[in-house]
Write a protein that binds this ligand. Structure first.
Ligand code: GRF
Length: 219
């Protein structure tokens, strides 16, 4: 069976990219990363990709007048690779409705909160300020609305007493590094679909908050 092709879009450290690369190397994820694209030339994620022998591209926002032009340039690169799935892993740009429409149901993102709670930035700070008992990460389909697309899966943790934003970020990232490869493998095996804005896992409609994954069952 031909491995699912993915393109990964990044802006920063790339720890999620690394987790995906490692899962592929370990044979836990049947996928091929055909390219990694960044809007930031200094993103460490690019180094990780190069070390893994993956072709990289940088598309600099400063070279474009509008978001639409930027996204067309992104699209032109992606056309060369024909990825089945576009995987956002810390890509810090909002994608235009035209781009999202072009790749409808083929872009996914990981977000460091239990969506629909806390879209956008500073999620860990909000969890602490609100004294939430639980926190975690979500993987969702990308739509034109920020962090608001259909939720595929979440992984959660109990917020420890005395936690701060930095320790929470670290703990949530540990979940992310397990959840992203797992969900990608579900895509690779054809378990996930989307119908009428609802996520289906093996044909079963999931709740609006996606499939709550107990990572202990899988890892
Ligand atoms: C992750 O926490 C992810 O949830 C968010 O951006 C961060 C990227 O981290 N969207 P990394 O670049 O994968 O280390």
């Amino acid at each position: 069976m031909r491995a699912m092709t993915i393109a990964v879009l990044v802006s920063g450290n790339g720890s999620n990219l690394q987790a995906i690369i490692d899962a592929i190397s370990a044979g836990k994820l049947q996928a091929t990363i055909t390219t990694v694209i960044s809007d930031k030339p200094a993103a460490y994620a690019l180094k990780r990709a190069e070390q893994a022998g993956i072709k990289t591209h940088v598309v600099l926002p400063a070279h474009f007048n509008t978001r639409a032009d930027y996204d067309l340039a992104l699209q032109a690169i992606l056309e060369q690779y024909q990825p089945k799935l576009i995987v956002l892993a810390g890509f810090m740009r909002i994608l235009s409705p035209a781009f999202v429409g072009h790749y409808q149901n083929r872009i996914i993102n990981i977000h460091p909160a239990l969506l629909p709670k806390y879209p956008g930035l500073h999620t860990h700070e909000q969890v602490i300020a609100n004294e939430d008992k639980y926190h975690g990460c979500s993987i969702h389909f990308v739509t034109a609305d920020l962090d608001a697309g259909p939720i595929i899966a979440t992984a959660s943790l109990a917020v420890p007493q005395g936690a701060n934003a930095a320790t929470l970020k670290q703990k949530v990232q540990q979940l992310e590094h397990k959840l992203y490869p797992l969900v990608l493998q579900w895509f690779s095996e054809g378990h996930i679909s989307l119908a009428g804005g609802q996520v289906l896992l093996d044909g079963q409609v999931q709740s609006a908050t996606g499939c709550a994954v107990n990572l202990n069952d899988f890892c």
